[in-house]
Ligand binder design. Structure first.
Ligand SMILES: Nc1ncnc2c1ncn2[C@@H]1O[C@H](COP(=O)(O)OP(=O)(O)OP(=O)(O)O)[C@@H](O)[C@H]1O
Ligand SMILES: [Mg+2]
Length: 365
């Protein structure tokens, strides 16, 4: 009598077309059932290529049939929609970040409000929730993710197809111009060169199959941001602000930009929202707080949460050991985790204005 373990073992020989890993290690195989000599299981994945499903079904059926005692094999194919939103529109070019299910841009109208910090800690929190995650540092002028994730050295090139391998730390894959250029030489580039570098990160880096890609944008609402939102079919954008009025005004500009290009805004994060005294635990609202929440309400987008000011956030970012990894129990780390959970929940439930694609089912007996 075959066992579910044998079935999984056999399915580990089936590779996802074009990728080096097998469908079991990707987590695509679900609901393995064995009833005497009858075996059934589901393969759940997302793709834009209609041939992939048929090929996976054929390969996995053949692999399971080879187990002695198996007579009937039933493969359920569940091909998930590429995007949570049928309305993701900003188009995006075909083939860009194809293996990535959800692509989230982290933006702000104003610089220095903590986009990069939020991007890193959000990525690590998503990873902690069990998702596979990439973090793309799209801030070509001031790349910081190599430092925040604590990565040194240069990325490898895969000689076979001359693609760049992302680098990885804390379980998150990343690519940043900071990994390629000399950190001591400031990058003085013109617009077209910037776009070229970004393009390469999107098309020439072997990101593989990921649940999430977090994209750390440069500050502002200029060309680089707009072009990116047009190239990448974004699932949504997260806007980071601080409680000061100037930052809030700029947050509105950011929001307006995403609305203009039809990218759903997943919500607003208020960073450096308040300070908790390390000695007495008293909470001080240095800049006045609650502006992020009010702005979110006024503009009709979700409020994702507020992150306190904590010196440990700075240390974590500077030493490559971000707070959600180094001090997961601190309130700031908890705030980041809650924000990540809210984003996931919102994407998975198909937030307002989002329509889910239709699942395709194919049965092969
Ligand atoms: N919650 C926080 N508590 C304390 N310091 C913080 C917090 N969030 C961010 N910082 C610090 O503020 C500074 C700016 O943060 P960060 O680099 O993430 O901002 P940014 O919006 O990405 O900036 P830029 O616009 O230059 O890309 C960093 O030194 C960072 O460590
Ligand atoms: Mg930054």
């Amino acid at each position: 009598m075959p066992t579910p373990e044998q079935v999984l073992e056999a399915l580990k020989k089936v590779r996802f077309p074009g990728l080096s890993r097998d469908i079991v290690s990707f987590g695509f195989v679900r609901d393995v059932k064995v009833d005497g000599s009858n075996v059934s299981f589901t393969i759940h994945f997302s793709t834009e290529n209609p041939n992939v499903g048929q090929q996976l079904a054929r390969d996995s059926e053949a692999a399971v049939r080879a187990i002695s005692g198996v007579e009937n094999v039933r493969v359920n194919l569940e091909i998930a929609p590429r995007q949570m939103s049928g309305a993701v529109p900003a188009g995006g070019q075909a083939g860009i970040l194809e293996g990535v299910r959800y692509k989230i841009a982290v933006a702000s109208g104003k610089g220095g409000v903590g986009k990069s910090t939020v991007s890193t800690n959000l990525s690590l929190s998503l990873r902690a929730l069990g998702h596979t995650v990439g973090l793309l540092d799209a801030d070509i002028y001031g790349p910081s993710q190599q430092m925040m994730l604590g990565i040194e050295g240069r990325p490898q090139i895969d000689e076979r197809d001359e693609k760049i391998m992302p680098m990885e730390n804390h379980g998150v894959k990343t690519m940043s111009l900071g990994l390629i250029t000399d950190p001591d030489t400031p990058v003085i580039w013109r617009g077209p060169m910037v776009m070229k570098a970004l393009d390469q990160f999107l098309t020439d880096v072997k990101w593989g199959v990921l649940d999430f890609m977090v994209i750390d944008l440069p500050p502002g609402t200029g060309d680089a941001q707009l072009t990116l939102t047009q190239k990448v079919p974004l699932t949504g954008a997260v806007i980071v602000t601080t409680p000061q009025d100037v930052a809030l005004i700029d947050a509105r500009k950011g929001l307006a930009m995403f609305r203009k290009v039809n990218v759903p805004v997943l919500g607003i994060v208020e960073n450096m929202s308040y300070y908790i005294c390390q000695h007495c635990g008293e909470r001080t609202e240095i800049f006045g707080h609650g502006g992020g929440k009010k702005t979110a309400e006024m503009l009709g987008v979700p409020f994702l949460g507020e992150v306190p000011i904590d010196p440990q956030v700075v240390i974590g970012g500077d030493t490559g050991s971000p707070i959600v990894v180094s001090h997961p129990q601190l309130p700031a780390a908890q705030a980041f985790r809650e924000i990540a959970a809210k984003i996931v929940q919102q994407i998975e439930s198909g937030a307002p204005g989002h329509t889910h694609g239709v699942h395709e089912h194919a049965h092969i007996h």
